[in-house]
Design a binder for this molecule. Sequence first.
Ligand code: NAD
Ligand code: TYD
Length: 360
Amino acid sequence: MKKKNMAKTVLVTGGCGFIGANFVRLILETRQDWRVINLDKLTYAGNLHNLEDVSGHPNYRFVRGDICDQTLLDNLFSEEQIDTVVHFAAESHVDRSITGPAEFIQTNITGTFTLLEAAKKQWLDNGQKNEQCRFLHVSTDEVYGSLGATGFFTEQTSYDPRSPYSASKASSDHLVRAYFHTYGLPILITNCSNNYGPYQFPEKLIPLVLNNGMQGKELPVYGDGGNVRDWLYVQDHCEAIVQVVEQGRRGEAYNIGGHNEKNNLQVVELLCDMLDKKLGLLPSGKARRSLITFVKDRLGHDRRYAIDADKIDQELGWTPKYTFEQGIEKTVTWYLDNQEWMESVMDGSYQEYYTKMYGK
Ligand code: NAD
Ligand code: TYD
């Protein structure tokens, strides 16, 4: 399709991951005049099945590649006349960042820098600059560190990252902001709380508990289970991102949260009860809560995250549409209805799909 018919040409990085895939699908469903170029390296977290149903959409193109590859990025920017970037691609799991931080530094910091350079070259140095250009960096509330029993993260909260993951995201946020102040690159940053929903890799708490709970395996709870997260349904996050791209003020950061604090034990117990109700008790006749196992705490485990999302509400009129009860019901139903997806992720066969589709 020709560029002139398109209101936006969006480079989505990491579109085969959890949030990216939900975002790409939302755009193709709701924004007929956006063309989407999905650039994804297909690491262990990238799964082509996540977008199988839209892979033939006329407004969609998939490119396998690394955001650290400057030549690839420069070519994509000029060939596709990219005017919008929504940057999801990252190493995203805190536990992996503790055991192997190098990839986090490479992708999250060097990768973001490389992408900023490509956007700067195309939009500022080569003069494509127009009112429409936007570079949105999708970031996390974890950059703000850990809260005590009270208080919330606002956009003014000082950065205080504690894990290699959050430190790498904080670093990339700083670089993105620096490109605004130094070069005038039209950036936006969103700092969002914990997401849950379809297509999340089962290393993260909710899909891990669902997967183990379906199979009657142990449910590991770190420490005393009292760590608090502010859970947001992924569709709400994606809608917030669309609003920030369309209406956000350049150079600004927006916190996105669910107004939904739960401690980990509460979440795990709720999931156990939902699975018992939908699947019946375990073959042993026991309830799934009996699978809960308290394990050694995560190193440097942040105690509590909670978002003050007033700014995005006041400025852009965004609030979450899904209550936790609605979102978690949709999520549990999705994982029960998509056990093949889970099996292909667990046995690694999802990674062969690229070879089948593209032959190399
Ligand atoms: P994910 O791990 O599910 O997906 C990451 C995607 O990025 C994968 O498809 C992977 O293949 C791709 N990728 C990784 N390295 C790449 C590289 N070098 N080049 C190109 N592609 C690469 O992550 P997610 O949970 O969907 O998170 C997406 C973004 O949102 C991340 O930037 C994360 O920091 C941020 N975020 C996540 C949450 C959450 O709760 N999951 C909350 C707030 C912010
Ligand atoms: P996670 O889903 O990894 O997200 P994040 O670390 O980015 O918040 O973890 C959510 C919370 O659940 C966090 O406090 C760690 C805890 N957790 C467990 O107790 N057991 C687990 O098996 C996992 C993966 C996480």
